[in-house]
Ligand binder design. Structure first.
Ligand SMILES: O=C(O)CCC(=O)C(=O)O
Ligand SMILES: [Fe+2]
Length: 872
């Protein structure tokens, strides 16, 4: 199947070469092969000797002989020579176990480049060769049962051919072949095990929680263990790396665009396969209608002129064709999770403004236009929802453009439901619900970045969410509850739309409604760009995610997004909101905190103590705080002065801190200054229990974040356990920022610019006082506005050292300009007290190979920093 070389191409290429010149070239190629026995697989040896013997240039031949030989080589031996070269795309079997060794990796590279040179020479010499080569590669493609090293090597070598003219002619076809192989692997991954495990979980509460509860799920090998050693997953993972690397290098060479412009016909083929693969068309892929589809592509290719930017037009047609075919052949229940769509995701990230925008627009058009059937359109809108939520490289303004299209469509749809008396049957409005769900899903992930930009904020405030959501079609009752809840929570916080979620799920009808259409929970299941599960190729998705962390941004990423971006996991909203400030004065309104304490009677009535403190009254707070003495060492009571950098003083009324208790002698001299246990106040009576509970929760949460960071950096999930942070030192600091100082001195009083010492800090600040500031990379101070139910998370010095600078500590300060007393509770999660932290190998490898920081013993660093930061 696929494109054929055009006759006139060949004729042009044939011109200007004499037969004997061609012959000489072939001889040279073969000679170079002979010089390197590794190139020759044993099974080719005989054939190889035979060919070399015939074409040996040192042998005297008559002109006739030579002509004969040229013909012979072309007709008879060209194929064999090519086959022999192709056989060397992958290393011979006995070498496979060693191929990961540096020496052999280098060798593989050399051999691949020799092979490329040879094949390039042959194809320039004998134009027909390219076509034959394509057939040979076709037949020699690795099979599912081949091992990973063989597959990876073969595919790498294939992709290396996608350069210059050879690439123009067969590059895209080779890519298409590779996509076929990836598809085959993807459909053979046994996702069922994983999906069953997670089947009943909410969409926003997944992986992180499970780490603690069932170590076996992630095990010590991180996410890879999810596959239970599934060989196809490992192979696919390796090939995805090769594929992404290739796309990246194409982009760098300007070839991604070029290939698509020069050779739309071939690109069609590639994208068609990609799209089919993305959709995971099991039935179709193995089905019988391939020829029909090929004919369509051929038709498209023949009828398009070569114009820049037309590829996505083609893509649209192909996608539509595939979607339609998919659902005809493949019922919902055959739908399965796959990974291949991430190639599209990654390709879009290489030029988001062009590919990303076009892909999003194209999917949206597929949805809004009536050309396709309902199922294809639902699929398109789910794709666009998932894509815009996860593809954080897509700008907020593109997101708003697409949202507007979707919302306008929903409004028009609602307008059509005029008849007051009709009974609503959800099954008849699947498209509408799918669209509402996509809109809400996108907003769950992108609302904050939209609200940060006044123009976009304005655009979005003008959209008629209220009208749609309160329409008698009742989308809030039909769409997935986890999405609806999270959307409402955020929309309310952003002032976009306000509705109490309480009424929505009161009646059990909700589940019937949401299951009443689309067969089996379609809306529940289709999130094609949801977490990427392959480990090795993760780093490409990770790098894309890094783009989210726009270090010059004028706002701070919301942590659950931020975390998500790092981990490519579903955000853990439930967990975040559970850990709440203990001094919150709207405790009664806070169901989630109540949940936390539900099964803990003792803490349940802390409430009573708690409300006795009037946090707005300085006297009360002063009284209760002064009564407690929870610092092991008196020196730490003192107000800090510092920072030499800015001359600002540390909090005028720093409250006592609470440290990990250290038994005398545990760390010898190193631990001496920190030895002791915390002293607790008598009043409030449950204070100790409450704080201990809080510390435990913060410690567990921090540990989970550290596990995520370890995975995100490419390490093992337990990289921070054991000697590094298996016994983490923690500090809890309660800080008061007073106001009883002259107005003109207020900006000087607070907390000077500094970085925190350890791994992470979770700062829990007053919801309504904006005083904490962090510096972005432009050197601007930006406010870390309090967002109810969230922490501000600072990266500390130890994480900088450990990650060799991949994670840099956040410079921050506190300036309380408000007329109110501010309180913050900072939890510091650090390494083991006696841990010697130094850049780890795999982070060094990512950052030029050289350690940027010296080894630091954390305990020393802490004592030294504390002693210089505090006035004794
Ligand atoms: O009070 C705050 O918001 C931050 C305090 C802080 O940065 C610290 O104690 O290290
Ligand atoms: Fe700090």
């Amino acid at each position: 199947m696929g494109a054929e070389l055009r006759r006139d191409d060949m004729e042009v290429a044939y011109e200007g070469f004499s037969d004997s010149w061609r012959f000489e070239m072939i001889a040279r190629v073969l000679q170079s092969v002979r010089m390197d026995p590794f190139l020759v697989d044993l099974r080719d040896k005989e054939q190889y000797d035979f060919i070399v013997d015939i074409v040996d240039p040192t042998k005297k031949r008559s002109l006739d002989d030579e002509a004969l030989l040229v013909a012979a080589v072309a007709d008879q031996f060209l194929r064999e020579s090519l086959q022999m070269l192709v056989n060397n795309f992958a290393p011979p079997g006995p070498l496979i176990p060693f191929i990961e060794q540096d020496r052999w990796l280098r060798r593989k590279k050399e051999i691949h480049s020799q092979l490329h040179e040879s094949l390039k020479l042959i194809s320039e010499t004998v134009p027909l060769a390219t076509r034959i080569l394509k057939d040979i590669i076709d037949k020699s493609m690795p099979k599912l049962y081949d091992n990973k090293a063989k597959m990876v090597s073969f595919v790498e070598c294939m992709l290396g051919l996608d350069t210059d003219r050879m690439g123009d002619l067969i590059g895209a076809l080779l890519l298409a072949k590779i996509v076929d192989l990836l598809t085959e692997l993807d459909v053979n991954i046994t996702w069922e095990d994983i999906l069953q495990e997670e089947h009943n979980k909410g969409i926003f509460d997944m992986e992180l929680e499970d780490l603690d509860e069932d170590e076996d799920i992630l095990g010590h090998e991180g996410t890879m263990a999810l596959f239970g050693g599934n060989a196809c997953a490992e192979k696919l993972d390796g090939l995805m790396v090769v594929m992404c690397e290739h796309l990246k290098s194409c982009q760098e060479r300007g070839r991604l665009l070029q290939v698509r412009t020069i050779c739309p016909k071939l690109c069609n083929e590639f994208f068609a396969r990609l799209i089919r693969s993305c959709l995971g068309i099991r039935g179709y892929y193995y089905g019988t209608d391939l020829d029909g589809c090929t004919a369509t592509w051929r038709f498209i290719a023949q009828n398009y002129s070569v114009e820049a930017g037309m590829e996505f037009e083609n893509l649209k047609i192909i996608f539509r064709t595939s979607v339609l075919k998919l659902f005809r052949c493949c019922p919902f229940c055959d739908f399965f999770h796959c990974n291949l769509q991430f190639i599209m995701f990654y390709a879009c990230s290489l030029d988001p403004e062009i590919y990303g925008l076009q892909f999003a627009l194209f999917l949206t058009d597929l949805f809004t236009k009536k050309d396709d059937d309902v199922i294809s359109r639902m699929s398109a809108v789910s794709y666009v929802g998932s894509f815009l939520s996860r593809a954080r490289f897509i700008s907020a303004s593109i997101v708003v453009t697409i949202l507007k299209k979707l919302v306008d469509w929903c409004v028009a749809y609602c307008d059509l439901q005029k008849d007051e008396n009709t009974v609503i049957k959800p099954v008849n409005h699947q498209l509408f619900y799918a669209s509402c769900q996509a809109v809400m899903y996108i907003l769950c992930f992108r609302l904050r970045s939209i609200m940060d930009r006044p123009k976009l904020k304005n655009d979005i405030s003008e959209m008629s969410f209220g009208y749609i959501l309160t329409h008698k079609l009742q989308p809030l009752k039909v769409c997935l509850p986890a999405i609806v809840n999270e959307f409402l929570r955020q929309a309310k916080a952003a002032g976009l739309y306000n509705s109490s979620p309480k009424w929505i799920f009161e009646d059990a009808v909700e589940s019937d409604l949401s299951k009443a259409f689309g067969g089996i929970n379609r809306l529940d299941m289709f999130f094609p760009f949801d977490p990427y599960m392959l480990k090795e190729s993760d780093r490409f998705v990770y790098l894309i995610s890094m783009l989210v962390l726009d270090s010059t941004s004028s706002s701070i990423p919301l942590f659950d997004y931020f975390l998500h971006a790092y981990l490519y996991m579903r955000p853990n909203f439930k967990f975040w909101s559970k850990v709440k400030t203990t001094y919150s004065d709207n405790y009664d309104d806070d169901d989630e905190l109540r949940d936390l304490d539900d099964d803990d009677d003792e803490l349940g009535d802390v409430d009573a103590d708690h409300v006795e403190i009037d946090i707005n009254s300085d006297d009360d707070l002063e009284y209760s705080l002064n009564k407690m003495s929870i610092t092991p060492h008196r020196t730490f009571y003192h107000p800090m002065t510092l920072n030499n950098a800015t001359g600002l003083s540390m909090p005028a009324k720093i409250r006592p801190s609470c440290y990990t208790p250290i038994k005398p002698g545990k760390y010898g001299d190193l631990g001496k200054p920190m030895e002791g246990s915390n002293l607790w106040p008598e009043y409030p009576s449950k204070f100790e229990g409450l704080l201990e509970n809080y510390v435990n929760q913060c410690r567990d949460l921090s540990r989970k974040i550290m596990r995520g960071i370890a995975l995100a950096l490419g390490g093992k999930v337990d990289a921070f356990e054991g000697k590094t942070a298996g016994d983490p030192f923690w500090v809890l600091r309660l800080i008061g920022y007073p106001v009883d100082i002259p107005e003109e001195q207020r900006t000087d009083t607070g907390c000077g610019a500094h970085t925190d010492y350890g791994f992470l800090t979770l700062v829990n600040q007053d919801d309504d006082i904006c005083a904490l500031e962090v510096q972005n990379q432009c050197g601007e101070w930006i406010h870390a506005k309090p967002i109810p139910g969230t922490f501000v998370c600072n990266i500390g010095d130890m994480l900088k050292v450990w990650s060799n600078g991949i994670y840099l500590p956040t410079l921050h300060r506190v300036v309380n300009n408000s007329p109110r007393y501010r309180v913050s509770v900072a939890f510091f999660y650090e390494s083991n007290f006696d841990a010697a932290i130094e850049p780890v190998d795999f982070c060094r490898a990512k950052t030029g190979g050289v350690a940027k920081y010296d080894k630091v013993v954390y305990g020393k660093h802490l004592v030294q920093k504390v002693q210089t930061n505090f006035v004794m």
